[in-house]
Design a protein around this ligand. Structure first.
Ligand code: GLA
Length: 346
């Protein structure tokens, strides 16, 4: 086990950014930078022991600043979409800043992922990142004190622990927006990966990706991923939900949600033999198949083409602040938010 700290450059305002590299005893390594508490690399072996970086994203700070599509970042205070950029708590309406389709607030306008977080080594294999979000940024109520701790174990588990507390009653929904390609970031499409999502239900959306409020069965739809399924098998089906979003970009309702850790999803790349398991104590997981990637150049100037990476964003359901039937993401002033997600590499 080791942790190595290096400079990762400077922002235009002079703020310094550092990179923390955690390496375990199997040679698996993970690096995270203080800009956005962003995951920058995950090096993992394939079936023949060949190590590759399986995280699609950037290797340069200026690219992260200028070209991000949320690669590897921590999203908050509210991950994914809030419809009409507004919600009410106890009869008080909060108006947010829209940043998508004129009306929607997506990923909280990028607040958390463009901040420089304070970092602290918290163990031989863990680093904790902290950020305090001021009251009222983009319209969200409360001063929110947030910590995200990354731990890499010798079981090849990358554990993310999210802690937050606000001084006002507010909505909280934190995630990491890593894009994976289990063949390696430069190996092409993810359409041959096999995915299994432990969800009998999902939340359908309208034309601009806001949940309709329905919790629908996956039965007899392309969303039935209960058994390992090739990502490409149904992604382009003429099925309204997939047409609306241009491929998988939906929240799945993890079976038997009770706040304890569950295996939410697993993905295998038959070629490399690498496998990823995702565990979380949250109720939902967004399977986003990288439909909006448009060939922007990332690591080593390699283009991030459409569907060359997939995201599994553990979360409260999108637009929960406006959906009474969804698990509540409202936290009282002083109430502790704590959730965990594990990405296990096999
Ligand atoms: C999330 C959303 C997608 C897209 C990506 C970022 O996964 O669900 O629709 O906005 O973030 O491009």
């Amino acid at each position: 086990m080791s942790i190595n700290i290096t400079d990762f450059g400077c922002l235009a305002d002079g703020k310094k950014v550092e990179k923390y590299l955690i390496t375990n005893s199997n040679g698996v390594s993970v690096s995270v930078v203080t800009y956005g508490a962003t995951l920058v690399s995950i090096n993992a072996p394939d079936k023949n022991g060949n190590v590759a970086d399986i995280l699609v994203g950037f290797d340069k700070l200026e690219d992260m600043v200028e070209k991000t599509d949320y690669q590897g970042v921590v999203v908050g205070p509210y991950a994914n979409r809030i419809g009409n950029s507004a919600f009410e708590i106890d009869g008080v309406k909060y108006n947010l800043v829209p940043n998508e389709n004129v009306t929607t607030c997506l990923h909280s306008c990028g607040e958390f992922n463009t901040a420089v977080w304070d970092a602290e080594v918290t163990g031989e294999n863990s680093v904790s990142f902290r950020y305090v979000s001021a009251d009222g940024i983009n319209g969200f109520p409360g001063t929110l004190d947030v910590a995200v701790k990354y731990t890499l174990t010798d079981e090849n588990e990358l554990k993310l622990e999210y802690d937050a507390v606000s001084d006002k009653k507010t909505v909280i929904n934190l995630t990491n927006h890593a894009y994976f390609n289990l063949g390696g970031y430069n190996s092409g499409s993810i359409l041959d990966h096999l995915i299994r999502i432990n969800a009998d239900k999902y939340t359908p959306v309208d034309k601009i990706s806001i949940p309709t409020g329905e919790i629908a069965t996956v039965e007899n739809t392309p969303f039935d991923l209960l058994k390992a399924t090739r990502v490409g098998d149904h992604i382009d089906d003429d099925f309204e939900q997939l047409v609306f979003t241009g491929g998988y970009d939906h929240n799945f309702c993890i079976n038997d949600y009770d706040g304890s850790m569950k295996l939410a999803a697993e993905v295998t790349d038959p070629d490399s033999g690498r496998k990823l398991e995702v565990y979380t104590d949250l109720p939902g997981i967004q399977f986003y198949a990288g439909n909006f990637l448009k060939g922007v150049e990332g690591k080593n100037n390699f283009p991030m083409n459409k569907r060359s990476g997939f995201c599994l964003e553990t979360q409260y359901y999108p637009d929960s602040p406006n959906q009474p039937a969804f698990p509540s993401c409202v936290f009282d002033a002083g109430e502790k938010y704590h959730t965990e997600t594990i990405f296990k590499f096999l």
